[in-house]
Ligand binder design. Structure first.
Ligand code: ADP
Ligand code: SF4
Ligand code: SF4
Length: 590
C-alpha cells in the first residue's frame, strides 16, 4: 500500500504549536529525519519514505494540518504532484473529437489541475516534484501509443489551440473592459455572432459595458466569447452558475454545437441535470479533496452519473460515498398540511418600470419551499414584502416575519479573516450549535484563518450560507445557494438548511436553478412567471409536481425520472418521451 502525507500550509502554524508533530513523531525520536523543518517556510516536511503512518502527528497537531492517506490499490501511476506533502493527481481523461466529456467530482479533487495540463499551462511531473520538467518530451514519451501522445505532441508544437471559459466570471470585468458588442465582435473568429447572441439571449446586453453586467449576464457573455473563438479543444469550467433553467439548457445547446462541428469539449459541471444533458461521457474524480484525486475510467453519461449518485464505481471497485443520494417521488402535499407560519392575501407591488403580483398563499412551519423562475422576475421583491422591508402597493401580509437573507451574488471584499467575518456577521458564532450543526458540516473550520478576499467561490458560498443560518429568523431566504458548490456540498447544504429550519421552527424559501437539488430539497414550490425586468407573477406555494408542471410547461421542457436512481433527467425536445409527457400534461413526473 502506498501512503502519502499532506500538509495544509494555511492551517499549519508552527509559532503557535512549537512543532508538536515533530516532537511526538516516533521516527524523529529514533533520530531519523521523518519530519524536518523546511528552511524556507519554517513549516514541517514529512518524508513519505520514512513515515510509518502511525498517525501520531495527525492527532497531536492542534490545527488539523496533517493528513496521512493510505492510497487505495490501483490508483495507477502519479501524473502530477505539486510538491512534497502536497496534492497528487492520478490519471488523465482522454479527449475525443466531436464529443463533450464531463468531469464530475468534489471541489479540490483535481479538476482544474487536469484543465491546466490539457490546456498546456502545466507540464505534469509524474510525481517527481523535485525536478521541474522543462518541456513536454517526457509527457509525450509517457503516453506513447495512446491518443494522449498525439494530443501532447500537437499541443507542444503549437498545433492545437485550446480555449477556456474560466469559473469565476465575476472577475472578468477586471481584465476585459468596454462594450459587450465590441468584445464579442473581436473574438468572432467562427462567424457565429448572430447564432450565439440569439441562443444565449444576449440581444439586450450587447450595448452594455462589461462592468455593468450581472453575474448571469457575465456568464452568458463568457460562454459566447468562448464558443465564438476558433480552436480545437474547448474547456468550460462551471458554465451554469447564475443561469436560470432555460438559460442553462440554452448554454447546453450552444456548447454542444461545438462538438457537433467536430471539436473536443471538456466541461466541469456540478448541476447534474445540466451535466447529463451536456455530456456524451464523463470521468468521475475520486480521492480526498486537497489530498489526492484519481480519474476514473470513462463512463457513458447516464451510467456514470448513476454510479456517482449510488456512491460506488463498479469498474474501479471504489466506494466514493457511504450512502447513495436518495430521490423520493413525493405524493402531492395536501393544501392545508401544517401549521401556518405566515399567510398573505393577493399582493401587488409596483416600482417604476416593474410590477409584481402574487396569489394569496401560506407558508408552513418547518417547510422548505423552492421558488423557480427567471432572474429579475420579482423573487427577491416577494421575499422583501414578507419581511416588511417593502410595503405591498396592494394586499396584506397577516403577520410580518423576520427574514435572514443570502443574496445571489456574494461580495468578497471583506478585509479580514473568515473568523473576523463570522465574529461580525454570524450572531451564533462560537455557540455549540453553530459549531456542530453549521460550521463542521460546512467545513468552515478548515478556513477560519484564511482572508475572506482570498476565498474560492465555493468557500465564499459556504461562508454566506453559514452566516445566514446563524441568524435567528422565521424565514430563511437563500438566493442560489448551490452556485460554486460541488454535488457533495450541495447535499450537505441541503441537510444543514433542513436541520436548522426544523430546530428553529422556521421555514425556508430557496431560489435555485439546479433541478436535481430542487427535487432533493423541496417540500413545496412556487413558480414565478413574467418578463424579467418588466413584470412578474408569483403562484401560491403548491406541491412540487403542480409547480413543476406549470414552470416547465411555460418553458416547453419535460423531465423524466431515471429508472434506477429516480433522479430527474431532461428529455430531448421532440423525443418520444417528450411528446408523450406533453400530451399527458405531465412535464415532470412520469
Ligand atoms: P429577482 O430576485 O427575481 O432576481 P428582484 O425582485 O430583485 O428579482 O427584481 C425584479 C425587478 O424589480 C428588477 O427589474 C429590478 O430592477 C426591479 N427592482 C427591484 N427593487 C427595486 C426598487 N427598489 N426600485 C425599483 N426597481 C426595483
Ligand atoms: Fe504545528 Fe501542526 Fe504545523 Fe506540526 S503541522 S507544525 S503540529 S501546526
Ligand atoms: Fe511520524 Fe507517525 Fe506522523 Fe509518520 S504518521 S510523520 S511516523 S508521527
Amino acid at each position: 500500500m502506498t501512503r502519502i502525507s499532506i500538509l495544509d500550509k494555511d492551517r499549519c502554524q508552527p509559532k503557535k504549536c512549537d512543532y508538536l508533530c515533530i516532537n511526538y513523531c516516533p521516527g524523529v525520536r529514533m533520530d531519523e529525519d521523518t519530519i524536518i523543518i523546511d528552511e524556507d517556510t519554517k513549516k514541517p516536511l514529512i518524508s513519505e519514505e520514512l513515515c510509518e503512518g502511525c498517525g501520531i502527528c495527525t492527532n497531536r497537531c492542534p490545527f488539523d494540518a496533517i493528513t496521512i492517506i493510505n492510497l487505495p490499490e490501483a490508483v495507477g501511476e502519479p501524473i502530477h504532484r505539486f510538491g512534497q506533502n502536497q496534492f497528487e493527481l492520478f490519471g488523465l481523461p482522454t479527449l475525443e473529437e466531436g464529443t463533450v466529456l464531463g468531469l464530475l467530482g468534489q471541489n479540490g479533487i483535481g479538476k482544474s489541475t487536469i484543465m491546466n495540463i490539457l490546456s498546456g499551462n502545466l507540464i505534469p511531473n509524474f510525481g517527481d516534484f523535485e525536478n521541474k520538467p522543462e518541456n513536454w518530451d517526457e509527457v509525450i514519451e509517457f503516453y506513447k501509443g495512446s491518443s494522449l501522445q498525439k494530443y501532447f505532441r500537437d499541443l507542444s508544437e503549437g498545433n492545437i489551440k485550446t480555449i477556456l471559459k474560466p469559473q469565476m466570471v465575476d472577475q472578468l470585468p477586471k481584465v476585459v473592459k468596454g462594450k459587450v458588442k465590441d468584445l464579442l465582435t473581436n473574438v468572432n473568429e467562427r462567424d457565429k455572432l448572430d447564432y450565439v447572441t440569439q441562443e444565449l439571449q444576449l440581444e439586450n446586453v450587447l450595448e452594455r459595458k462589461m462592468e455593468n453586467l450581472s453575474g448571469g449576464e457575465l456568464q452568458r457573455v463568457a460562454i459566447a466569447a468562448t464558443v465564438l473563438r476558433e480552436g480545437d479543444f474547448y474547456y468550460f469550467d462551471e458554465p451554469t452558475s447564475w443561469l436560470d433553467v432555460s438559460q442553462r439548457l440554452n448554454a447546453v445547446k450552444v456548447i454542444r454545437s461545438l462538438a457537433d462541428e467536430g471539436k473536443s469539449v471538456l466541461v466541469i459541471e456540478h448541476d447534474l441535470a445540466t451535466l447529463d444533458a451536456l455530456s456524451d461521457n464523463i470521468n468521475i474524480l475520486y480521492g480526498q479533496p486537497g489530498g489526492y484525486g484519481v480519474v476514473s475510467g470513462r463512463k457513458g453519461v447516464r451510467l456514470g452519473i448513476n454510479a456517482y449518485i449510488n456512491g460506488f464505481l463498479n469498474e474501479e471497485n471504489v466506494r466514493i460515498r457511504k450512502n447513495p443520494i436518495e430521490f423520493t417521488i413525493r405524493p402531492p402535499t395536501p393544501e392545508d398540511e401544517g401549521d401556518v407560519l405566515a399567510s398573505y392575501s393577493d399582493l401587488k407591488k409596483e416600482y417604476d418600470g416593474f410590477r409584481l403580483s402574487a396569489d394569496a398563499g401560506e407558508i408552513f412551519y418547518d417547510e422548505i419551499i423552492t421558488a423557480f423562475g427567471s432572474n429579475g422576475i420579482g423573487k427577491t421583491t416577494f421575499a422583501k414584502m414578507l419581511a416588511g422591508v417593502e410595503e405591498p402597493t396592494n394586499g396584506e401580509i397577516d403577520e410580518e416575519v423576520t427574514i435572514a437573507y443570502k443574496p445571489q451574488y456574494i461580495v468578497s471584499n471583506f478585509e479580514g479573516t473568515v473568523s473576523d467575518f463570522l465574529y461580525m456577521n454570524a450572531p451564533s458564532f462560537g455557540s455549540k450549535i453553530f459549531d456542530s450543526e453549521i460550521m463542521k458540516p460546512l467545513t468552515l473550520d478548515e478556513m477560519l484563518d484564511k482572508p475572506v478576499n482570498g476565498l474560492s467561490g465555493g468557500e465564499l458560498q459556504r461562508l454566506a450560507i453559514a452566516a445566514t443560518l446563524s441568524k435567528d429568523a422565521e424565514i430563511y431566504l437563500f438566493d442560489e445557494p448551490t452556485a460554486f458548490l460541488d454535488v457533495e456540498q450541495r447535499l450537505i447544504a441541503a441537510r444543514v438548511i433542513r436541520k436548522m429550519v426544523e430546530s428553529r421552527n422556521a421555514a425556508s424559501l430557496i431560489v435555485d436553478h439546479d433541478i436535481v437539488f430542487i427535487d432533493y430539497i423541496s417540500d413545496r414550490a412556487m413558480v414565478f412567471n413574467g418578463t424579467p425586468g418588466l413584470n412578474g407573477h408569483a403562484s401560491k406555494p403548491t406541491d412540487l409536481r403542480n409547480a413543476m408542471n406549470e414552470f416547465l410547461g411555460n418553458l416547453n421542457i419535460t423531465f423524466r425520472r431515471d429508472k434506477e436512481t429516480k433522479r430527474p433527467r431532461v428529455n430531448k425536445l421532440d423525443s418520444y418521451k417528450d411528446r408523450e409527457q406533453k400530451e399527458k400534461g405531465e412535464y415532470y413526473y412520469l
